[in-house]
Write a protein that binds this ligand. Structure first.
Ligand code: HEC
Ligand code: HEC
Length: 418
């Protein structure tokens, strides 16, 4: 342990030196990121441009009351009716770094608004003090409609889900519920806010209700696909997108899991499936050398046996089995929505696929064979122009209010006491 700490400090010191020596001419590649000292010179982010960062408040409650075209009515639990005040309080909390153990980490640092409310730069999430997790940060666009939460579906309720990240050692790292509540109570800018919003003081219950209300408002649709398919605007998408949707429904049968209904589409069946991806990662991919991401764009390569000494070892991931302990549930993961999928790379529960092209190739080969492979997974025999069409279709699913939601996020307070 001592040795590994020493190794890590040496590493940080030496990386600091590399960065310093190159600091003479910092290179900005967009979105304000200084890439000086990064190992990967071609490193770019998909972050939306600075123009959406002006910070303009949106009428969020309108997205719940009248969801954008393509979404069904928003389910709102009867014991937490939506109000403007709850959404505003939830948004303040979502961006507040003081809610983590050491005051550095907010929800929005993994669910980054300008990166599809997911994280484009990390395959698997990294929480406070660089503690690494084993799963990819999913988008929370349209999370109001999710009937199961987390990749393994272990939660089903936005009001309660928050205690996962708030208390996880490798996310926000708080030691207890009481500690979180005590901290918020001590912050003067929250004084009276829960009382005026809920007629009740801050508690586990009201905190969950506020967070849930903001997240429930992040409805995003009216994409080019919606305008064409549900809005009957024939020119909203091109012919390739239309052919792609035919493949999605027909030959490729993606729709069997990523469902589309008559008047709306969530692109999920809310179920968990074994596509073979988790199986492959668990059983086969144990390379001798492993690259470890220690900061965005900065990797070190080490022998796999030493992995645990520089990073917390990523425990094996067996999906739903971890919740049910039924061997049939090994490597089953939740079917994610495909709305805004062009914005939420990298893909799958562990962020293993960098691009949608890679995901399509994975499906085209029929996933990965294993004894519990979902019966819907079969080689598809798509040729290259069919793959291009399917890709065009996936790229047509970006909601028209995305920029508005990002801009709204930039109007949120970020944990200062003003
Ligand atoms: C360190 C990064 C990190 C932080 C901080 C974080 N999350 Fe997450 N979030 C994740 C990851 C990773 C998952 C998936 C975990 C899993 O499936 O086991 C996730 C899952 C979720 C989900 C489930 C989405 C779905 O469709 O299944 C919601 C909702 C969510 N987070 C909201 C929040 C909220 C609210 C906060 C702040 C209180 C927060 N997250 C903080 C990384 C993070
Ligand atoms: C058997 C059900 C099933 C079928 C059929 C299916 N999917 Fe999936 N899809 C899933 C599941 C489950 C995941 C999540 C896997 C994981 O996290 O490891 C997923 C993940 C994805 C993702 C990654 C999304 C993200 O945010 O990470 C994309 C893109 C995708 N599927 C597209 C497709 C396309 C295109 C097709 C048809 C060629 C298809 N899927 C067919 C169940 C299915």
């Amino acid at each position: 342990m001592k040795n590994s700490r020493l190794f890590l400090s040496l590493l940080i010191v030496s990386l600091g030196c590399i960065a310093d020596s190159k600091n003479a001419s910092p290179s900005l590649h967009g979105a304000g990121d200084d890439k000086t000292g990064y190992d990967t010179k071609s490193y770019t982010t998909n972050s939306k441009a600075l123009t959406t960062r002006v910070g303009k408040e949106a009428d969020l409650i309108a997205f719940i009351k009248q969801p954008p075209l393509g979404l069904p009515p928003t389910p709102v639990p009867s014991n937490n009716p939506i109000t403007v005040e709850k959404i505003a309080l939830g948004r303040k909390l979502f961006f507040d770094r003081r809610l983590s153990l050491n005051g550095t980490f907010s929800c929005a640092m993994c669910h980054v608004p300008e990166q599809g409310f997911s994280h484009n730069e990390l395959a698997t999430a990294v929480g406070i003090e660089g503690r690494s997790g084993r799963r990819n940060s999913p988008t929370i666009f349209n999370v109001a409609y999710a009937k199961t939460l987390f990749h393994d579906g272990r939660d089903d309720n936005l009001e309660e889900q928050i205690w996962g990240p708030l208390l996880a050692h490798n996310e926000m790292g708080n030691p207890s519920v009481a500690n979180v509540l005590r901290k918020i109570r001590s912050l003067s800018d929250y004084h009276g806010l829960f009382e005026s919003t809920f007629n009740k003081p801050l508690s586990m219950e009201t905190l969950g209700m506020a967070f849930a209300s903001y997240q429930r408002s992040l409805n995003s649709a009216n994409s080019p696909f919606d305008q064409w398919h549900f809005g009957h605007n024939d020119t909203a998408v091109n012919a390739s997108v239309k052919r792609g949707f035919q493949l999605f429904k027909g030959k490729a049968n993606c729709i069997a899991c990523h469902n589309v209904s008559k008047n709306s589409a969530l692109f999920t069946d809310h179920k968990l499936h074994n596509t073979g991806h988790g199986y492959q990662i668990s059983m086969h991919q144990r390379p001798k050398k492993q690259k470890i991401l220690i900061a965005p764009g900065q990797y070190i390569e080490i022998d796999s046996d030493l992995f645990g000494s520089v990073s917390e070892k990523k425990p094996n991931d067996v999906g739903l089995y971890e919740i049910t302990e039924d061997p049939k549930d090994r490597w089953k993961y939740k079917t994610p929505t495909l709305r805004n999928v062009a914005l939420t790379a990298p893909y799958m529960h562990d962020g293993a696929f960098k691009t949608l092209e890679e995901v399509i190739s994975f499906y085209n080969q029929g996933g990965v064979q294993n004894i519990d492979l979902d019966h819907l997974m079969k080689p598809l025999g798509l040729n290259s122009s069919e793959k291009t069409d399917l890709l065009a279709f996936l790229n047509s699913l970006t909601g028209s209010n995305v920029d508005e939601l990002i801009s709204d996020a930039f109007a949120a307070p970020v944990g200062d006491t003003q």
